[in-house]
Design a protein around this ligand. Structure first.
Ligand code: G16
Length: 553
C-alpha cells in the first residue's frame, strides 16, 4: 500500500492492531510490540482523532507537549510523534531536550504554558530495553491523564483505524534548545527542568531547605538511572546545596542500568542498604522511571506509602508554604491504607475514595474538592500538577524534617501515637496465567454474597463487595474496580488484577489491620492470619502451584 501525498502530508494506509486499549495508565507493551511498523503510529493517530473535536482550529491554534523517561525507543518515538503532529496540523510542539520530560514535568509544562495536551512516553517503573517495556499515555489540557471517556474513544479509534498522517522530514535535533519548523508546525525544544523547578520553587521554602543541608543533615536520593536524575541534581544538589554525591544513579539510561526503576524495598536495595546502620544519612528517597512514584526512608526505617500520605497531609499547613491555607480535602485510591482518612477527620475535611489510577483524582483536584491525593503504589501528589509527583513528595518530607527538627522515624512514630496505625501490606503475584487469574476473579465476584458471616482470619466477614465509583463532579461511573472484604474486627482485604502489566496477569492482594497501639505491634504478627486467610480463600496454591507473592510492599 502506497502513501498518498497531499500538500506535504502523507496519508499512510494501515490496519488495526489488537489490544491497544489503554490500561490503568496508558498503553504499555513490550518494546518490540511498539517497534512493529505502524503500531505506535496507529495509537498516536487514534489519540489525535479522538481529541480533534476538542481542539481549536483543528489543532492549528493548539500546543502539544511531548517527552518521556528516556527509556529505549524514547527518541525514535519522539521523532515519529513530531512528524505525525505536524501532519495533523498542530500549531506548536514543545519537546523536552533529548526527548526527556518526567511525567509530573509534562503536567507542569501543559499547565504553565496553556497547552492542549501532551504525550508521555513511559512504562513507569517497568524495566526498559528492547526486550523490556515501553508505553505511551495521553494527558489532557488540565495536565492530567485522559479520563476513561477519552481513553475509550482512543481505543475505539484503534479498532477501526485505516490510515495515519505523517510528513517526510529529517529527524529534529533534540539536543539543541530552540525552535525549528516541521511542515507548518513550530517545534520548540525546551529545557525539561525549567517549568518543573519553577513550580517547586513556588511551593517550598528553598531557603529553609538550604539551611537544613547547611547545618550538616545528609540525605541520599536514588534516581535509579531514570528520569529524575537531572531534576534531583538541579534541585537538591544545585538549589538546596546538598553535597555532590547526594543523588545516586543520576544519569538517565535507556535500560535503567539493567534494573527495575521501581522505588520499593526490593528494587531499591542499594539505597535501602546504605540507609541502614548508625552512620546512615538522615533521609533516603528514590523515584521511579518517569518520576511520579516515590520511596521514603529514614535511618533503618521504611515509611509505607499510606503513612507517607497521611504524614504529609498532617504537616502540610505548618511545614510547606504552598499549603499554608490548609487543605480543602484529600483523596486516596480504594486499596490505599485508611491512615489519611483519620488525618482528614482530625482536620475536619473530606477524604474521597477513588478507583486505582491517578486519572480519577483529576476532577476532584480541578473542582477544588481535594488538595492532596495518594496511592499505595508509591504515588503522592497535590493540585500543583495533575500527576503524582515523586520529587514533590521528597521535598514535602524534607520540609517536615527541616521544620519539626525530628527524624523520619520520630515523625512517623509521633503520627502513630496520635492516630494509631494501619498495618498494611500489598502482596503481588506477577506473571500468572491470565485466563486462570481472570477465572479466579470471576468466581470470587460470583460468590461474594455467600461470604458474609463466614469465618476468616480469626474473625468473620462483615461484608464483601466489588468497588464501584461515581465521580462527584461529573457523575461518570466506573464499576468492578476490585473486590473488598471487610471483617468484623475492622480489618480488610482488597483484591484486584493490575492494569499496568505487559505480560500475563498480576494479582494484587492488599491487607490492612488498624490498631490504636502507637505502632507497637510487629507487622507480620498483625497481618499474618489475614494474609493466610485470603490465600486460602482464593486457593492460590491449588490454582497457581504457589501461594508466595513475588513482591511484598
Ligand atoms: C499507575 C497509575 C497509578 C496506579 C498504578 C498501579 O502508576 O498511574 O494510579 O496506582 O499504575 O496500577 P495497577 O495496580 O493497575 O498496576 P504508574 O506509576 O505505573 O504510572
Amino acid at each position: 500500500m502506497t502513501p498518498i501525498r497531499e500538500g506535504g502530508v502523507q496519508t499512510v494506509p494501515t490496519q488495526p492492531f489488537e489490544g491497544q486499549r489503554p490500561g490503568t495508565s496508558g498503553l504499555r507493551k513490550k518494546t518490540r510490540v511498539f517497534m512493529q511498523p505502524g503500531y505506535l503510529e496507529n495509537f498516536v493517530q487514534s489519540v489525535f482523532d479522538a481529541v480533534r473535536t476538542d481542539a481549536a482550529d483543528g489543532f492549528g491554534a493548539e500546543t502539544l507537549v511531548v517527552g518521556g523517561d528516556g527509556r529505549y525507543y524514547n527518541r525514535e518515538a519522539v521523532q515519529t510523534i513530531i512528524r505525525m503532529a505536524a501532519a495533523n496540523g498542530f500549531g506548536r510542539l514543545l519537546v523536552g531536550r533529548g526527548g526527556i520530560l518526567s511525567t509530573p514535568a509534562v503536567s507542569a509544562v501543559i499547565r504553565r504554558r496553556g497547552a492542549f495536551g501532551g504525550l508521555v512516553l513511559s512504562a513507569s517503573h517497568n524495566p526498559g530495553g528492547i526486550d523490556e517495556d515501553f508505553g505511551i499515555k495521553y494527558n489532557t489540557r488540565n495536565g492530567g491523564p485522559a479520563p476513561e471517556s477519552v481513553t475509550e474513544r482512543i481505543y475505539a479509534g484503534t479498532q477501526s483505524i485505516e490510515r495515519y498522517l505523517t510528513v517526510e522530514h529529517p529527524d529534529v535535533d533534540l539536543e539543541r534548545l530552540g525552535s525549528v519548523r516541521v511542515g507548518g508546525t513550530e517545534v520548540a525544544v525546551i529545557d525539561p527542568l525549567e517549568d518543573y523547578t519553577a513550580v517547586m520553587e513556588g511551593l517550598f521554602d528553598f531557603e529553609r531547605l538550604r539551611a537544613y543541608f547547611a547545618s550538616g543533615h545528609r540525605m541520599l536520593f536514588d534516581a535509579m538511572s531514570a528520569v529524575t536524575g537531572p531534576y534531583a541534581t538541579q534541585i537538591i544538589e544545585g538549589r538546596l546545596g546538598a553535597p555532590a554525591g547526594t543523588v545516586l544513579n543520576g544519569t538517565p539510561l535507556p535500560d535503567f542500568g539493567g534494573h527495575h526503576p521501581d522505588p520499593n524495598l526490593v528494587h531499591a536495595a542499594e539505597l535501602v542498604s546504605r540507609m541502614s546502620g548508625k552512620d546512615a544519612p538522615d533521609f533516603g528517597a528514590a523515584c521511579d522511571g518517569d518520576g511520579d512514584r516515590n520511596l521514603i526512608l529514614g535511618r533503618d526505617f521504611f515509611v509505607s506509602p499510606g503513612d507517607s500520605l497521611a504524614v504529609i497531609a498532617e504537616h502540610a499547613k505548618d511545614c510547606i508554604p504552598g499549603y499554608r491555607e490548609g487543605l480543602a480535602g484529600v483523596a486516596r485510591s480504594m486499596p490505599t491504607s485508611t491512615a489519611v482518612d483519620r488525618v482528614a477527620d482530625a482536620l475536619g475535611i473530606k477524604c474521597y475514595e477513588t478507583p486505582t489510577g491517578w486519572k480519577f483524582f483529576g476532577n476532584l483536584l480541578d473542582a477544588g474538592l481535594a488538595t492532596m491525593c495518594g496511592e499505595e503504589s508509591f504515588g503522592t501528589g497535590s493540585n500543583h500538577v495533575r500527576e503524582k509527583d515523586g520529587l514533590w513528595a521528597v521535598l514535602c518530607w524534607l520540609s517536615i524534617l527541616a521544620v519539626t527538627g525530628k527524624s523520619v522515624e520520630e515523625v512517623v512514630r509521633e503520627h502513630w501515637r496520635k492516630f494509631g496505625r494501619s498495618y498494611y501490606q500489598r502482596h503481588d503475584y506477577e506473571g500468572l496465567d491470565a485466563a486462570a487469574a481472570a477465572e479466579m476473579m470471576t468466581e470470587l465476584s460470583g460468590s461474594l454474597s455467600n461470604l458474609t458471616g463466614q469465618p476468616l482470619a480469626g474473625s468473620r466477614v462483615e461484608r464483601a463487595d466489588e468497588f464501584g465509583y461515581t465521580d462527584p463532579v461529573d457523575g461518570s461511573t466506573t464499576s468492578r474496580q476490585g473486590v473488598r472484604i471487610f471483617l468484623e474486627d475492622g480489618s480488610r482485604a482488597v483484591l484486584r488484577l493490575s492494569g499496568t502489566g505487559t505480560a500475563g496477569a498480576t494479582l494484587r492482594i492488599y491487607i490492612e489491620r488498624y490498631r490504636d497501639d502507637a505502632g507497637a505491634s510487629d507487622i507480620e504478627e498483625a497481618l499474618g492470619s489475614l494474609k493466610q486467610g485470603v490465600r486460602e480463600l482464593l486457593r492460590l496454591r491449588e490454582r497457581f502451584g504457589t501461594d508466595e507473592p513475588t513482591v511484598v510492599t
